[in-house]
Design a binder for this molecule. Structure first.
Ligand code: CMC
Length: 372
């Protein structure tokens, strides 16, 4: 038997090989394309194509990809009806998990070859966006909207929620966050999705598992938790006082720290630069002061840096998006990474089945019930 190793949380353990992305201390690349280059020069659709098809699309490939997205844009009525029946106080991540699972019964793609899996992944991009938008409308006592032809994926999400085409700043910033969130190698939700693929289960089950895993505040739920934290404060002084108390109690601050990046998260740098411009444009510098009042001591005293969820929470807030939509928007992006990994695992599979170390009691006897 091979030598066994034990690392709590699998920290530092290479659990598999991938060509989808590389996360390193000083760089992040999707299929070899650096994240800064993508953030500056690509759209989310191009990034999704890179992840699902392996290559930056040429004009014809991009047109074809956009066409397949448009083909799948309408959510089945039965899914909308199911969302309608979910109590209004249920968090949107839970609705999304149910909505995707329900949509799985209406999967328009037949077969499980690589081509079909890519098509199913494109369909799942539209399902996640459609469920988020439908829930947003229904919770606001409005009927879900049919998609509008010709919009980008980011514009479509905002249009189907708000009922009007978004301004350029909102569409561009949502697009940027979708690019930054799309993929991050063996993070918890992607690894969970790969485990599903490794049992030869189906892609919808993989995405539902991904959603359930991303929801936690140590993972994607941190963008909501970070904004909930910031929204408690009226001034930078209040924020700093709160932080000092948090330090004293040795409690975590959401939106900071990372299992891999110990000197800062590139995605956070990229997004924070855009957030600062947005705050000026919206005349909301007061929020940046509160943001910095938390960030400065975290970085300077604790040497713990913001991760992408910290600037993302405030970016979405300044775009007037409701807080419980932040992690669902993360899903609308990460579904591409999950599916790219699902396909990679499914097409070169080995069952993922690690070992555990037993540390419980041993040699116990089952006593008759009257003697226990
Ligand atoms: N606030 C305060 N202290 C922290 C934080 C934080 N956010 N993150 C790490 N630390 C401290 C931690 O208390 C520990 O200190 P000590 O050694 O004195 O006990 C040390 O740093 C190492 O922390 P760890 O939790 O063992 O490190 P990890 O590699 O398991 O943590 C993490 C990674 C993301 C779980 C953690 O940093 C965390 O809980 N952050 C807050 C939640 C968050 O923002 N999650 C989003 C992650 S990135 C985007 C995504 O995947 O969604």
């Amino acid at each position: 038997m091979a030598e066994t190793i034990f690392k709590p949380g699998l920290e530092g353990v290479i659990a598999g090989e991938t060509t989808v992305s590389a996360v390193q201390q000083s760089s992040l690349a999707y299929r070899g394309y650096n994240i800064s280059d993508l953030a500056e020069n690509a759209t989310f659709e191009e990034v999704a194509h890179i992840l699902l098809h392996g290559e930056l699309p040429n004009t014809a490939q991009l047109t074809q990809f956009n066409r397949s997205l448009a083909e799948f844009h309408q959510l089945p009525d039965a899914v909308v009806d199911a969302i309608r029946k979910i109590p209004t106080d249920v968090p949107m991540m839970d609705v999304l998990r149910t909505g995707v699972s329900m949509a799985g019964h209406f999967d328009p793609v037949q077969g499980d070859g690589e081509t079909e899996l890519r098509r199913r992944a494109t369909w799942l991009m539209t399902v996640t966006a459609g469920v988020v938008a439908a829930r947003y409308r229904l919770i606001n006592q409005k009927e879900p909207l049919a998609p509008k032809p010709g919009l980008s994926h980011a514009q479509q999400i905002l249009y189907q929620c708000l009922g009007e085409e978004p301004d350029d700043t909102s569409a561009r910033l949502l697009d940027l966050t979708l690019i930054l969130y799309a993929e991050h190698e063996y993070n918890a939700s992607t690894f969970a999705t790969r485990i599903v693929a490794s049992t030869m289960s189906d892609m919808v089950s993989g995405v539902v598992t991904g959603i359930g895993t991303l929801k936690g505040p140590l993972h994607g739920g941190a963008n909501e938790a970070a904004m909930e934290m910031l929204s408690q404060f009226n001034t930078p002084e209040e924020a700093e006082t709160w932080l000092r108390e948090r330090f004293a109690k040795k409690e975590k601050v959401m939106g900071f720290g990372h299992r891999v990046y110990k000197n800062g998260d590139h995605r956070a740098h990229i997004l924070e630069a855009e957030l600062r411009k947005l705050a000026i444009q919206k005349n909301k510098q007061n929020w940046m002061d509160i943001y910095d009042a938390i960030k400065k001591p975290m970085v300077e005293e604790k040497k713990i840096f913001p991760n992408v969820d910290y600037p993302c929470g405030l970016t979405y807030y300044l775009l007037d998006l409701p807080i419980d939509m932040y992690t669902p928007l993360f899903v609308c992006s990460r579904v591409t990474g999950w599916c790219a990994h699902f396909i990679e695992q499914a097409t070169n599979n080995r069952l993922i089945r690690p070992l555990s170390r037993y540390v419980g009691e041993e040699n116990r006897t089952v006593l008759p019930i009257g003697d226990r």
